[in-house]
Design a protein around this ligand. Structure first.
Ligand code: G6P
Ligand code: MG
Length: 216
């Protein structure tokens, strides 16, 4: 029996690849503090909130800052990040993402966004995708970070769905764990070696079909 009625999408790494902009902005911040920041370290920040990311980076650089200084640094990083985000166009939507969203809408599936990013609305706007979502749960609306299921449970609730009626799409292991903790099915976007526990792992939404969705 097919009980899937809704899809909940992570944003960064699923709909659009903002990781490169996060990387450039964090690297600029680290360099301004006198140390470097690698792409490998950036990988570990996928799905991690802004404040927690900063704390990890300061730890890697062996730098201690007060809470007030941390707030300033996080704001500075976000200013640099948003300079790049503001240049984004719909051409940066990842392959297959818009097509799959359209396919879901065409068969009446409900669609929500479930992202840690406090900039989600701006990014969706830049990509001309705002209208595709029935609900947006972003970093401004939740207090517990993935792997806590709060963001996805709030998404299901906003859509009026039960968790088991929802499928989550996630590129971060913390996000996969969050979906499973919320009793939802989850499609991992990335590598099966990393996204352990996902019901299906694909390389990108260009590999996703409604047929695969209903078979989960
Ligand atoms: C996503 C990204 C993280 C980012 C977080 C917060 O989860 O994968 O790298 O730190 O959002 O983003 P924000 O736009 O609020 O700084
Ligand atoms: Mg992500």
């Amino acid at each position: 029996m097919n009980t899937i009625k809704a899809c909940i999408f992570d944003l960064d790494g699923v709909i659009v690849d903002t990781a490169i902009y996060h990387y450039k902005a964090w690297k600029r911040l680290a360099n301004s503090l006198g140390f470097d920041f690698t792409e490998h370290q950036n990988e570990q920040l996928k799905g991690v909130s802004r404040v927690r990311s900063l704390q990890l980076i300061l730890g890697w650089g062996n730098v201690t800052k007060t809470e007030a200084e941390q707030e300033e640094l996080a704001t500075q990083k976000n200013t640099w990040y948003m300079e790049m985000v503001n240049q984004m166009t719909p051409a940066e939507i990842l392959p297959g993402a818009k097509e799959f969203l359209q396919a879901c809408r065409a068969v009446g599936l409900k669609i929500a966004l479930g992202s840690a990013s406090k900039n989600s609305m701006t990014i969706l706007d830049k990509l001309n995708l705002t209208d595709m979502f029935d609900a947006v749960i972003d970093g401004n609306k939740v207090s517990k970070a993935k792997p806590d299921p709060e963001v996805f449970l709030a998404g299901a609730q906003a859509l009026g769905m039960q968790p088991e009626e929802c499928v989550v799409f996630e590129d971060a292991i913390a996000g996969v764990e969050a979906a499973l903790a919320g009793d939802m099915k989850v499609v991992g976007i990335g590598s099966p070696d990393v996204l352990v526990g996902a019901n299906l792992v694909i390389k990108g939404l260009d590999e996703m079909t409604l047929n695969k969705l209903y078979k989960l």
